[in-house]
Every structure is written in structure tokens, then in C-alpha cells.
Design a protein around this ligand. Sequence first.
Ligand code: DSN
Length: 414
Amino acid sequence: MEYKILAGEDREVYGALEAEIKRQQEGLELIASENYVFPAVQEALGSVFTNKYSEGTPGKRYYAGNQNVDAVENLAVERAKKLFGAEHVNVQPLSGSPANASVYFAFLKPGDKVLGLKLDHGGHLSHGHPVNFSGMLYNFVQYTVDKDTGRIDMDQVREIALREQPKMILAGFSAYSREMEWQKFKDIADEVGAITFADIAHIAGLIAGKQIANPVQIFDVVSTTTHKTLRGPRGAIIMCKEKFAKEIDRAVFPGMQGGPHDNVTAAKAVAFAEALKPEFTEYAKQVIANAKAMADELIGLGFKIISGGTDNHLMVVDLTPQGIVGKDAEAALDKAGISTSRSTIPFDPNPPYNPSGIRLGTPAMTTRGMKEEESRQVARWIASAIAAKDDEAKLVSIREEVKALCAKFPIPSV
Ligand code: DSN
């Protein structure tokens, strides 16, 4: 993309943008929730759709002049339905947490009981953490992974559900590397008469690419962000059974939000069309192959991966054997040009700001075209950088190697 006007009019913002372009081009992005959007998504985001207000739904707006917005919103809805096999889709949620808030708002009253995965076991803040609106407004009871296997313990989920009789069971994560047992969640929910809610924010692209089981036909309601493995704009959608369509739409607007961001809606439509192409299936397959190769190499280098490996795009590494906390590993890797995020590990003895692990993900490097060989090389750089955490010269030399590799795999949208 060209930024000629911005470069001429605002040197300060343009300066930061130039530096960010360089950072993204020259560094390896291993933050599991980040990716590079399709170039057409970036163009749609910068389009004049950003000038419009369009409260309401297609054909039923509270402002004039929405014929073109209606067209793109209808496209986004129809494409999302096809991509995920959904009966009803609302494409207006501004991001993951507002989408989840709308789902709670549609089905629950304050104080109602919900089951969700605990944050330090891979859950998300909006899945009932006490510092988040979800934990403040609703009565979340949290399930965990098993201490030995690192996998969600479905017997424990059932036991808690039978005991607590929740109104909703939420299945979803931001740091869990194994397949979700959607049908088992549904069976447990049916035993206690609970609504089933899946948050597939992290794995939506892998589901769209048909590499991971899809809960949309099984669950009552499913939310996802559109910007992670899916490579769309920052934003979210909610999918549900037709019988819940009215409640969901009303919860999004006027319940939670005002005007949708129509440039983002246009970009969502573009991303869904891209994800319907056969190349996207190849990408999704490669994301997982890369994650498996990286995990395998790391294990060979003495690293401990929670649950012993990965079925998806991410892994959580317990750094206790390396004698380093996540924050320090994140800092050393950043100096080596490798961007990661510190992560809690299950039963973490350390606090969330200074946890015991890091989370790694392969979506962004896969979008650049990197494959298993590069994934293994990256794992070796991670091991070297962590071992050399106080050796500035070594970290700089790894950074140069990283930069040379990145130059061979340019990012698709700048
Ligand atoms: N911040 C996202 C992640 O990194 O997983 C979740 O919202």
C-alpha cells in the first residue's frame, strides 16, 4: 500500500508506521493470535465504508444511504454461512470480547451460572475471569486441564456441570493446543439443559480450512474473531441456530453496540471469500504441519510443551526446565527478532504478568510461505536465544539470521 498523503501530512504517525512496517518485515511473528491480512482485506479496511453509519440490519437501517453497506453486509453474512455451515450469522461485533458480551447478554441474566475454561489453563479473560466484565456480571465456575495430560478433563467438566447445573457451557480457549471434544461438551450440556457456546477465535481459520472439527452444527451459538488464523480484519462474528437469531441480533444492536464498522464488514466479506478458496485449505494444513514440526524440534531440544505437543496452530511452552520465566524469554526472543507472548501454564505458581511459559504460534510465518524446515530452524533459534538471554552479541547475531530468512519470505500486505 502507498501512504503518500499520510507521509506528507503527518510525519509523526508516518514515522511510527514506517518503523512498524520494517519491524513486521524483518522479524518473525510467533504470537499465536497474530497474522497478516489478505492485501484485499487491507484495502477494504482503508475504504470509504469507514465514513458511514448503519445501525440496524440490511434493509432495516436507522440512517439513509445504506444500499451499498447492505450489499457488503449481505455478502459477509452469506459467505460466513457458507464457510462455517451456519444457520444465522451476525457480522457486526466489533471484536471478540464485545461478541462474547453480546452472547451472554442474549442468553443470561446477571448472576446466572456459566462453565468456562480457567484463564491459566488456556481460557480467555472474557470466559469468566474475575477482573473481566464476564466474571463480575455472571457466576462463572471454571474447569481446568488435567495435571498429568495437560488436556481438558471431560469427566471433570461433566462432574462440575452435574453439580452446578449451569445455564450455559462455554468451550473455547486462547492457549490450548489440543482438539476440542465438541460433541462431549454438547452431550454434557444436554444432560443439564445448558446452552452450548463455543468461542473459536483462535482456530476459526483452521476450521474454515477444514483441518479442525467444526462446532457450528453442534453448538447453539459460536463466536469468533476474524483476524487470527482467519486472516481477516480485527473484528468478530456470532453464528447461531436460526431459533436464536432474534436474541443474538438484538443483543448486538441495540443491546451492546451502536453503529457497526462498515469498512470492517466489507473486509470481513473479502476475508470469507478468500477463506472459501482451495488455497486456504492448503494454508490451514501448513499452519498445523508447521506447529507440529516446531513442537517436535523444541521437544528434541529439551523443551516441555504443555500436553506434549499440538493439534492446532499453537503451543504453550513451560520454561521451568530452562530456569527462565516467560517475561525474560519474551524479552530475549524480541531482541533476536522473534516476537512471542509470555503465557501462564496450567497450575502456574507464578502470577499472570510474570508467568512460567511462552505461547508460540505458526499462522503468521505460514502466511509468509514458511514450511516445516523453517519451523524447525525457528525452534533452534528460540533455543539458542533463550540459552543466550544475557548475551547481547549472540542475540544480535540471531537477529541477523532471522532478518535474512524473513527477506526470503516477504509479508503479503504492507
Ligand atoms: N489477545 C488474544 C490472544 O492473544 O489470544 C485473545 O483475545
